[in-house]
Design a protein. Structure first.
Length: 270
């Protein structure tokens, strides 16, 4: 399994297919498995890279000194350099879109295209930030995501009305319940504070290349609702697409629509 050491820790990634490079950057609390349908389809035409966020999947803990989304963007560039990838189309969902935007702003010459999915690069609204920070504090103190907290956290990621007995829902809940205390305290909680304590970079969205950018959002996304996607797309000047019958993890809730949209975007730009 491929790993690269970045800032003293082992980052796990997958590297499949050949052709123009596509980097898939996923959501907080999810590993690269959230892209499984897209990896299978895109790798037939493209070189697809997908990474496990620190503390998740097979990646090591959050490196000491990683304190901002800009650090995550810099670390992703180290991965691209390690793989000798000069230019990439970056598809970022949730926190992947947050640091992916910063990568595109700081290293525009490395970006062929940018897809921002179920994400928002403005500051977290203060009431929501305080709420998420309170949940993180409970997780940190308990050293486990308790059943009561799972009842709160898990539904956030899916469209309302999803069957809680579905494999998608049950597997995610089980993965969170199994996270050990050291991962939670060293990686998951700090990453959450980085994510929800982020600074506002909405005023820089106009610097992105609108012709090479697409915004997507699940039409039933709870934490990152469609109005945020529309706001970002208007500031960028790029198209935006609603993913039908999907919540926050639109890549798994409506994988066919997401995959087809990405393939169409890639076909026009690489």
């Amino acid at each position: 399994m491929p790993f690269v050491t970045i800032d003293g820790q082992a980052l796990h990634y997958i590297d499949q297919g050949t052709g123009p490079a596509v980097l898939l950057a996923g959501s907080y609390l999810w590993d690269q498995g959230m892209w499984a349908p897209q990896i299978a389809a895109l790798a037939q035409q493209y070189r697809v890279i997908a990474l496990d966020l620190w503390g998740l999947g097979q990646s090591g803990p959050l490196p000491v000194g990683t304190v901002s989304l800009d650090d995550l963007a810099r670390q992703a560039l180290v991965l691209l350099d390690h793989l000798d990838i000069e230019r990439v189309t970056l598809v970022g969902l949730s926190v992947g879109g947050m640091w992916g935007t910063r990568l595109a702003l700081s290293a525009a010459h490395r970006i062929n295209g940018l897809v921002l999915m179920d994400t928002y690069v403005g500051a977290e609204p203060e009431p929501t930030r305080q709420y998420y920070f309170s949940l993180l504090k409970q997780i940190e103190e308990a050293g486990v995501i308790t059943p009561a907290l799972l009842d709160i956290v898990v539904p956030i990621f899916f469209r309302p009305g999803i069957d809680p007995q579905s494999a998608l829902y049950r597997n995610f809940r089980a993965a969170l319940a199994a996270l050990p205390a050291d991962r939670l305290r060293e990686s998951i909680v700090p990453m959450g504070r980085i994510t929800f304590g982020r600074d506002d970079c909405m005023n820089r969205l106009g610097e992105l290349d609108a012709a090479c950018t697409l915004v997507m959002c699940g039409d039933q996304d709870i934490p990152r609702p469609p109005e945020e996607a529309r706001e970002m797309a208007e500031l960028i000047g790029c198209p935006w697409v609603l993913v039908p019958e999907a919540g926050h993890i639109s890549s798994l809730e409506n994988p066919q629509f997401v995959t087809e949209t990405l393939l169409a975007f890639l076909a026009e730009r690489v």
